[in-house]
Write a protein that binds this ligand. Structure first.
Ligand code: FES
Length: 114
């Protein structure tokens, strides 16, 4: 597969997140300080949606915080920055074309290692 349109950029709040349900995977599309990121919308710790959490900068990294136990995930790499999560979440390549956000969920930049 390749890049597919997942949402309009204008649907994603500034410094916020939009959950997009695709056929194979749910994706959290995040806008943070002018950049757009896409990660699997599933915490690697206890399988709750990351899109319920806050988007914030942590030690210079753009992150999304899991609303259940507070692990933050680096939106560039998917790596957790703090416990209890220890496994990364998949991060997907993003292209923005006009008001369209395109994501390639078949080519994650970081995998869960499973
Ligand atoms: S469910 Fe996300 S940190 Fe526990």
């Amino acid at each position: 597969m390749a890049f597919e349109r997942v949402c309009a950029l204008s649907d994603v709040p500034e410094d916020g997140v939009l959950r997009v349900e695709l056929v194979d995977v749910d994706v959290a599309v995040v806008r943070f300080e002018g950049e757009v990121f896409a990660v699997e919308d599933l915490c690697s710790h206890a399988e709750v949606p990351l899109s319920d959490g806050d988007v914030e900068e942590l030690d210079g990294a753009p992150t999304i915080e899991c609303a259940l136990h507070g692990s933050c995930f680096d939106l560039r790499t998917g790596e957790p920055t703090n416990l209890p999560a220890t496994e990364p979440v998949p991060v997907y390549p993003v292209r923005v074309e006009g008001d369209d956000v395109l994501v390639d969920v078949a080519a994650p930049l970081a995998a869960t290692g499973t």
